[in-house]
Design a binder for this molecule. Structure first.
Ligand code: MN
Length: 457
């Protein structure tokens, strides 16, 4: 039984077509920035294909993030073609046409008119006319920006189309265009979030924090992990998030040591820690929060000792999230801090420098410190440049900071009281010129705050 009833809240509206005029201009600006980055090379991008689950039922659809970033368009079976003019791209959308019969089953479609009116296309066509129109439009291009390799089914069609230059009419002895991958340029753009993007991420973070707070307050011994998950995700939905950014991890006790534990089907035992790694998506952007807390608190001494080591490390790394800090510096700081902690806990012995150098922490801290965050949970963007130099943080970047320590329940190398304890603490940090802006500060992480929220009255 849950301790508190989850209060119903008025649903926040998801970003809707009422704001499409300004949204359409944002997408047009992005396409024009890409035009400059690609030197005006024609661009071809296909929407994410639908994927069959079984029979005639599909997995729930989510638009490809690059496609969404450039068009705002959510429908499958669409193609974006950008043809250069002297000043920027002219945009052609190929979309599913309006269809009374199909819309009864699948819901409304923007259609060719909507593509222009609501999504800012300069020209639009039914998807069935794609090869014909594209053939005329791009018949003699020598270069095409297209992410070859990401959609093998479509790759074959694209290659076959241009291969026909040697068999069709007219024949001009013209070979295939050279393919330029538009992703590096796109990903560089997506790495730095604009203020509109930050607004969406802030909202995703707030919604996620609200869910985590509820989970902390209702979790108690005897519940199943999936019950806590349901309460957490109910908050996400009520607050206006249509789906999660990734599968929620709700891991009690030793399950926390399985890094991507998503079975979520174990019963929560008294005295266990519960690790929850879950994030709501909002406007196609996701949050990514992890908290670890005692079920019906307080922490045991061993749990608190481990928790405080991870927390101290996490806070130190968050504080370093300012322009100029390299991702390498962040990672190495987490190595050093957790190594110090492992020595304090009596698990490692020796000089900190030597232990860090040997990566003696590896058995218990086996993942990285964090990752870029945005439309995708493990968002696009480089961690090092072409020469291998680590990226420096810059204003507009959003990274997770998520150190952890995991002691498997059969780990003979650690004192008994620590076995079966897994702790990870994760926040989403926006880098600003004034330093770190923790988007996920709405969910507690201090020991005292957590114990207040989790204790049974
Ligand atoms: Mn993460």
């Amino acid at each position: 039984m849950a301790k508190t009833n989850v209060k119903r809240r008025t649903r926040n509206k998801t970003p809707s077509s009422s704001a499409t005029t300004s949204l359409a201009s944002i997408h047009a600006q992005r396409r024009n920035r890409l035009y400059k980055a690609l030197g005006g090379t024609p661009l071809l991008l296909r929407a994410a294909p639908e994927v069959l689950r079984n029979g005639d039922v599909h997995f729930s659809y989510r638009q490809d993030s690059n496609f969404k970033y450039l068009t705002g368009f959510d429908e499958p079976e669409s193609i974006l073609v950008c043809m250069p003019t002297s000043t920027g791209y002219e945009t052609h959308y190929f979309v599913r046409p309006r269809d009374k019969e199909r819309e009864i089953w699948d819901g409304p479609r923007a259609g060719t008119r909507g593509a222009i009116r609501e999504y800012g296309a300069d020209h639009s066509y039914p998807i069935s006319e794609f090869w014909d129109v594209f053939g005329k439009m791009a018949g003699d291009i020598d270069e095409l920006a297209y992410p070859l390799g990401s959609d093998p089914t479509f790759d074959v069609q694209v290659l076959r189309h241009f291969g026909a230059r040697f068999t069709g009419r007219p024949r001009r002895n013209q070979g295939l265009p050279s393919f330029v991958d538009p992703r590096p340029a796109l990903h560089e753009m997506r790495l730095i979030k604009s203020s509109e993007e930050v607004d969406l991420m802030r909202r995703a973070a707030e919604i996620s924090a609200a869910g985590h707070r509820v989970a902390m307050s209702i979790a108690e011994p005897g519940m199943y992990e999936f019950e806590v998950q349901a309460e957490l995700e109910a908050v996400f939905r009520r607050e206006g998030s249509p789906r999660n950014g990734y599968d929620s991890i709700v891991a009690t006790g030793k399950n926390a040591c399985t890094l991507h534990y998503i079975a979520n089907n174990a019963k929560i035992k008294k005295g266990d820690l519960l690790l929850i790694d879950a994030g709501a998506e909002y406007g196609h952007y996701t949050a990514d929060i992890t908290r670890t807390f005692p079920v019906a608190g307080p922490f045991s001494d061993a749990q608190r000792a481990v928790y405080e080591v991870v927390l101290r490390c996490q806070k130190k790394c968050v504080a370093l999230c300012k322009p100029g800090t390299t991702v390498k510096k962040l990672l190495e700081t987490s190595w050093r801090e957790l190594t110090k902690g492992l020595v304090e806990l009596g698990i490692l012995k020796g000089s900190i420098d030597k232990l860090v150098e040997k990566k003696a922490f590896r058995p218990w801290y086996m993942h990285g410190l964090g990752h870029w965050l945005g439309m995708d949970v493990h968002d696009v963007g480089a961690y090092e440049d072409r020469s291998g130099k680590p990226m420096q943080l810059a204003p507009g970047m959003v990274t997770t900071i998520e150190p952890g320590l995991y002691f498997a329940n059969n780990d003979k190398k650690v004192p008994k009281e620590f076995r079966g304890i897994g702790v990870r603490i994760e926040d989403d940090v926006l880098v600003t010129k004034n330093g770190p802006d923790v988007l996920t500060s709405g969910v507690p992480k201090e020991v005292r705050e957590i114990e207040e929220l989790t204790s049974i009255e």
